[in-house]
Design a protein. Structure first.
Length: 183
């Protein structure tokens, strides 16, 4: 049985045991912008890829230090099976706009698609409501099609685009911001 509890500490070893930190996608959301007479038109359209897109992140010791600083805020949760960490949602409190920002979500490869991610996101949302936050927000890539679909199923909506966030000239990655409104 899966359980969710506050995540108070994380190590590089724990993250590495979760398996691939990234995603494989056969489709993306193509983001485009057109200048018009009186403004701009943004579009986000689903596109099937000729070849699957593989993204992998590496986690450094400085990432671990940053995550553990965020864990002090007590807004982050781990998903466990038999007291073994199988995933987490690390979030940052942002007082200036009363939001809880999902910094990182990672579920063990062997538990993806089996409800662990949904369970930890539901706990994060319940916690955010109890703490009086205005919304839960996150950023993901237009190339992370299945993550976007997952977040939509959890009640998030695309609320912003940043065409220049990433230093990625090869893959045309665009940042999509998603929000879950609590109030």
């Amino acid at each position: 049985m899966l359980t969710v509890a506050k995540l108070l500490h994380i190590s590089l070893t724990e993250i590495e045991t979760l398996g691939h930190n990234g995603y494989l996608s056969d489709r993306i959301y193509k983001v485009s912008v057109e200048r018009e007479n009186n403004g701009y038109r943004f579009s986000v359209d689903q596109k099937l890829l000729a070849e699957p897109y593989l993204k992998t992140w590496t986690c450094s010791q400085s990432d671990i230090l940053h995550y553990n600083e965020l864990l002090i805020q007590q807004n982050s949760f781990g998903v466990y099976e038999n007291n073994v960490l199988i995933g987490y949602a690390i979030a940052e409190q942002r007082d200036w706009n009363n939001t809880l920002y999902l910094e990182s979500l990672l579920i063990s490869q062997s538990y993806r698609g089996k409800g662990a991610g949904k369970l930890v996101i539901e706990k994060l949302i319940d916690h955010a409501i109890m703490q009086g936050y205005r919304l839960v927000q996150l950023e993901t890539q237009n190339t992370n099609f299945y993550a976007i679909r997952f977040y939509e199923k959890c009640g998030f909506e695309i609320t912003g685009i940043n065409l220049e966030l990433y230093d990625d000239t090869d893959h045309d990655e665009t940042a999509l911001y998603m929000s879950y409104r609590l109030k």
